[in-house]
Design a protein around this ligand. Structure first.
Ligand code: TXA
Ligand code: MG
Length: 309
């Protein structure tokens, strides 16, 4: 059997499978199995009232999980799935309190990654309807963008029968845009690659953006944090790690962690750069944040949380 086929069976049997997506690696469990989902919280060290995103193989599974779906959510799904977007919708009885943190809504996403899609498809062939998967990091830490990040961070907490799949590296590099679709207008709860302009264009609706919703764990102030202290838009000193667009030169004695040519490359390389600083034993990182809306805004959101102590 292929390793992905085996991983689908592990999920169906109640085990955990870490897998790549186009955003970051997820730590998956059968979203209808409370014991399996409880292990996600244990392995992550995450408070159990924090809701999880359920990952689906195709839009056919949408109505198993969600009800009273507004038209604009169907349009977003048709346009951006598979892709780096999670929709928060009214839940059906399939979405237990252990997935939603007791809320009457559920977050759903179809990832755009060959390994993730094959895993979800094979899980569905075995009778599964959805895979709960938070980012595969310990609570509050930097999301993983490679198999080795997951292995080094979670191996000590996983069982021998759990699986860590590898695959094509995430090309987006930061977590999905989360859009609350329970009201008349869409609300972006977590900014990401799918921007407010894209949402407005597809839905024809204007939208509000409260990023400080306490329901989203990534919106707690300190999050996505490496061990090193992160400082934004200051002059880096000798021995500091440094993250900035390629056009910015590296000052003497400063350790360049990444030099992305574009905002897209910035997002894709940010988390591995933060982790590299920890691997190198660097105690201070200076990041120059990119200007502008869209993905640049999502990068600033993550860096501000990483810098909060
Ligand atoms: O890109 C991603 O979304 C990645 C990959 C693995 O798919 N997953 C991810 O999961 O970032 P996680 O658990 O690290 O972040 C999910 C966020 C949390 O902040 C959680 O609070 C929010 O989604 N969330 C989940 N269900 C929700 C709901 N019903 N209402 C509001 N927020 C919800
Ligand atoms: Mg996370």
């Amino acid at each position: 059997m292929s390793s992905i086929g085996h991983a689908a069976e592990v999920l169906k049997a109640g085990g955990l499978v870490a897998f790549p997506t186009e955003t970051v690696y997820g730590l998956g469990a059968d979203a209808t199995n409370p014991k399996a989902v409880a292990r996600i919280y244990e392995v992550k060290g995450r408070p159990s009232n924090h809701p999880l995103i359920v990952h689906l193989a195709s839009v056919d599974a949408l109505e198993s999980w969600a009800t009273q779906i507004p038209d604009y959510a169907h349009w977003l799904a048709a346009k951006f799935w598979p892709g780096p977007m999670a929709l928060v919708l009214r839940r059906t009885s399939a979405a237990g309190d252990f997935i939603t943190g007791g809320q009457d809504t559920v977050a759903l996403r179809i990832p755009d990654h060959p390994t993730a899609l094959e895993l979800l498809g094979r899980f569905q062939d075995l009778g599964g309807i959805g895979v709960a998967a938070p980012s595969a990091n310990r609570f509050g830490r930097v999301s993983p963008t490679s198999r080795s990040h997951v292995a080094s961070e979670l191996a000590a907490y996983l069982d021998r029968s759990d699986v860590i799949l590898g695959g094509v590296s995430p090309n987006v590099g930061i977590e999905s845009t989360i859009i609350d679709c329970t009201g008349e207008l869409p609300v972006i709860l977590r900014p990401g690659f799918i921007t407010d302009e894209m949402v407005a264009e597809v839905t024809g609706l204007s939208l509000a953006q409260p990023f400080d919703s306490p329901r989203v764990s990534g919106s707690m102030k300190s999050h996505y944090a490496p061990k090193a202290a992160v400082h934004l838009n200051q002059v880096p000193l000798a021995g500091d790690g440094f993250i900035a667009l390629a056009e910015v030169e590296t000052p003497e004695g400063v350790i360049r962690l990444c030099a992305p040519a574009t905002v897209g490359e910035y997002a894709a390389s940010l988390y591995s750069a933060l982790r590299r600083a920890d691997d190198l034993g660097i105690s201070r990182i200076v990041a120059f944040t990119p200007d502008g809306g869209g993905l640049a805004l999502a990068i600033r959101d993550r860096l501000e949380k990483a810098s909060h102590r």
